[in-house]
Design a protein around this ligand. Structure first.
Ligand code: PLP
Length: 406
């Protein structure tokens, strides 16, 4: 079990006030707050240990290198990967997906091939594939979702053929909260000989992952949504793919030897870590993972689910309010509109009450287009949110709606 107040006390920012009101932070899908353990670690690194990794023959460099590699091991453990050779540190999920789209695409995608994405992807899992398709003369195919937010996996077989080179799919939609049936999608794709990239940005936060059990080919996520620092992320891939793919970026640290005639690349995973990486961020992410490992994540998952049900029920009491995404096992993300109001106005009014939500397209314009909308309000709940905060949100939205409807 867990003590929610004790957990909240680990996150100093949650104790602050905004416009003189206690903060209610419900924009966790955009970025999560950091526990003291992560903040202290990053401060310690900056004030006492900073030394560039894999390079120096001195104490600071060596200590930082071993902390960096320990963070890689912590991430490996957390996502159930078989080897640290498969864990590439990037600047975030966006860079991870671009790395695969570029590097895998360079080698394996040709004119007339196709890539399958879903209608509920974040732009980060659409645009890199569009760029690849434009570069190569390939086709982007889209697996649709139904109005209730469920993915039409029944339509997958008609999209897969001999020229399909990748299925890129989210573990959990950042707007609808939907968790597609990944096992089924991966099974279908593999049967057709197609690899699968899973965007784990929201999924890893709400329920975690075991990449070996899932049997996907690529898995990406961002540190800052997982209670870690900003500017760090992970690309996990089966070793066979990382071995087969050419490097994405060239530079220092990703090479074994360089001559003007030929360069031999470094072993995995360094082949994909050109230049000075965000090693302080990576070590901070390792600390975030270690922090999460001290918690009862199963109980906290149940808490988040109860919070989601409660928030949904409260919001639906407001006349004219519609929630998008109603699949039974969705993660704790509630996106909504209220008749006769603009999402941005609701967000502004909530802000003045100390309640942080997100408004707009949530970097998922195709989802907005599906419903004929230009935006939604999104409350994304984290393990440290409370029922009282859900009450404040519902009261705040009710007040905002009354004000805006005149
Ligand atoms: N994928 C999903 C599902 C997301 O929610 C986000 C961010 O909101 C991203 C990808 C992109 O993450 P980042 O901007 O950290 O690279």
């Amino acid at each position: 079990m867990f003590d929610l107040q004790e957990i909240r006390a680990d996150f100093p920012l949650l104790g602050r006030k905004v416009y003189g009101k206690p903060l209610v932070y419900l924009d966790n899908g955009a970025t999560a707050q950091k526990p003291r353990q992560v903040i202290d670690k990053v401060n310690y690194l900056h004030s006492e240990l900073n030394g560039n990794i894999h390079r120096g023959a001195h104490y600071l460099s060596e200590e930082c290198t071993s902390e960096y590699e320990a963070a890689r091991e912590a991430v490996r453990r957390f996502i159930g990967a078989g080897s640290t050779r498969e864990i590439v540190f990037t600047s975030g999920a966006t860079q991870s997906i671009n790395t695969v789209a570029y590097s895998y695409g360079e080698k394996f995608v040709h004119e007339g091939d196709n890539i399958v994405v879903t209608e509920m992807e974040h732009h980060a899992n659409i645009v890199p594939w569009q760029l690849l398709c434009e570069r190569k003369g390939a086709e982007l195919r889209v697996l649709p979702f139904s109005d209730d937010g469920s993915l039409r996996t029944d339509r997958l077989p008609e999209l897969l053929d001999k020229r399909t080179k990748m299925v890129a799919i989210t573990q959990a939609s950042n707007v609808l909260g939907t968790r597609p049936d990944l096992k089924y999608v991966i099974h279908m794709a593999h049967d057709a000989g197609v690899p699968v990239l899973v965007d784990g940005c929201q999924g890893i936060v709400h329920g975690g992952v075991d990449v070996r059990e899932l049997d996907c080919d690529f898995y990406v996520f961002s540190g800052h949504k997982l209670y870690g620092p900003t500017g760090i992320g992970v690309l996990w891939a089966k070793e066979k793919w990382l071995e087969a793919m050419p490097p994405f970026l060239g530079g220092g640290d990703m090479v074994k030897t360089v001559t003007f005639a030929k360069t031999i690349y470094a072993e995995l995973p360094l082949k994909f870590e050109a230049g000075t990486t965000n090693f302080i961020g990576a070590i901070g992410l390792g600390e975030a993972v270690r922090y999460l490992e001290t918690l009862d994540l199963v109980a906290l998952g149940q808490h988040e689910h109860a919070l989601l049900d409660y928030t949904t029920e409260k919001l639906l009491q407001i006349p004219g309010l519609r929630i998008y995404g109603q699949t039974p096992d969705k993660c704790s993300i509630v996106s909504f509109t209220a008749e006769g109001t603009h999402p941005y106005d609701i967000g502004m009014i909530l802000d003045k009450m100390g309640i942080a939500v997100r408004t707009g397209t949530h970097c998922a314009e195709p989802v907005m287009t599906h419903y004929g909308l230009t935006g939604m309000v999104r409350a994304s709940l984290a393990l440290y949110n409370t029922l009282e905060e859900a009450d404040r949100l519902a009261e705040g939205v009710a007040k905002a709606v009354t004000m805006l409807r005149g």
